[in-house]
Design a protein around this ligand. Structure first.
Ligand code: NDP
Length: 250
C-alpha cells in the first residue's frame, strides 16, 4: 500500500510490532531505517538500514533522522519504540520514571522534533504507537498507562500544528502477542487463567498479531487515508468495545 520511493523511519524495529511494521513497509516498497539500543539483529533483512541508538537521547534521535535523510526526504516516521514498567505509583522509583518517560514520551518527542523539519515538502506521515492503556487503565501499569495518554495527546497537537504538510495519527493496540504482552500476563496470579479470561473478553476471540498493527500503519501512511489526521485508531479485537459484564453469564 505504501508507494515506492518512500523513506521511512520505524523506531524499535528489531522485534515485535516494530519488526512487523518494518517488514510491511519494506514489502510495500519503502526504504526503511530502523533502530534499537543493541546491535543489529542477525535476522534483519540486509536492505533494512540499522542504527544503534536510543530514542530517549536527543543526539541519537538526530543521528537516526540524519541517517534516513541521506537516502532522500523523509516521508514516514513510525514511533514504535516503547517500554513497559509494571508498577503502581508508590512503587515507581525516580529512575524508573526517568527511564519510562524518557523512552515513551521524550523518545516520541525527540524523534518528531528531529524529523518534522526533514520531512518532504510534498508531505509526510507520522504514526505513533499509543495503546488502549492510554484510554483505560491496566492495573499496576500506572506510568506506562499515563505515557500512552501523552502519546495520544501529542499526536493531536502535531496534526494541528503541522497540517497539511504533516499528517499525524496514532494506533492504540490492545493485546498483541510480543515480549511486552507476555510480561503483562506474567503479572497475573494465574497467567493461564488470565489469558483464557482475556480471550473470552475479545469479540475477535483471539489476541492480536504484530501484523494486525502493521496493516493499519501501512494504511495510515498511504494516500488511501489522506483525510485522516489527528486520530487514534484502536486495534484490539473489540476488547474495549465490550461492557465489563462477564461474557457467558448473560
Ligand atoms: P517489544 O518490547 O517487543 O519491542 C520494543 C522494541 O522497541 C524493541 O525492538 C526495543 O529494542 C525497542 N526499544 C525500546 N526502547 C528503545 C529505545 N529507548 N530506543 C530505541 N529502541 C527502543 O514491544 P512491542 O513490540 O510489544 O511494542 C511496540 C510498541 O507498541 C510499544 O510502543 C508498545 O508500548 C506498544 N504497544 C504494545 C502492545 C502489545 O500488546 N504488545 C499493546 C499496546 C501498545 P531494544 O530493547 O533492543 O532497544
Amino acid at each position: 500500500m505504501t508507494e515506492a520511493n518512500k523513506i521511512a523511519i520505524v523506531t524499535g524495529g528489531g522485534r515485535g510490532i516494530g519488526r512487523a511494521i518494518v517488514e510491511r513497509l519494506r514489502r510495500d516498497g519503502a526504504t526503511v531505517v530502523t533502530c534499537g539500543r543493541g546491535e543489529r539483529p542477525a535476522d534483519l533483512p540486509a536492505d533494512i538500514i540499522w542504527v544503534t541508538g536510543d530514542v530517549s537521547r536527543p543526539e541519537d534521535a538526530s543521528r537516526i533522522a540524519a541517517t534516513a535523510a541521506q537516502h532522500g526526504d523523509i516521508t514516514v516516521l513510525v514511533n514504535n519504540a516503547g517500554i513497559q514498567i509494571e508498577k503502581t505509583v508508590p512503587e515507581t522509583t525516580d529512575a524508573e520514571w526517568d527511564q519510562l518517560v524518557g523512552v515513551n514520551c521524550r523518545g516520541v518527542f525527540n524523534m518528531c522534533r528531529a524529523v518534522i523539519p526533514l520531512m518532504a515538502e510534498g508531505g509526510g506521515d507520522i504514526v505513533n504507537l499509543g495503546s488502549i492503556s492510554g484510554m483505560v487503565a491496566d492495573p499496576s501499569m500506572a506510568i506506562y498507562n499515563a505515557s500512552k495518554g501523552f502519546v495520544h495527546s501529542l499526536t493531536r497537537s502535531i496534526a494541528v500544528d503541522h497540517g497539511p504538510k504533516v499528517r499525524c495519527n496514532a494506533v492504540s493496540p490492545g493485546w498483541i502477542m510480543t515480549e511486552m504482552a507476555e510480561s503483562g500476563f506474567a503479572l497475573a496470579s494465574d497467567p493461564e487463567k488470565a489469558r483464557a479470561d482475556s480471550i473470552a473478553r475479545h469479540p475477535a476471540r483471539r489476541f492480536g498479531k504484530p501484523e494486525d498493527v502493521a496493516n493499519v500503519v501501512a494504511w495510515l501512511v498511504s494516500t488511501e487515508s489522506a483525510f485522516v489526521t489527528g486520530h487514534c485508531i484502536t486495534i484490539d479485537g473489540g476488547l474495549t468495545a465490550a461492557s465489563p459484564l462477564q461474557p457467558g453469564l448473560f
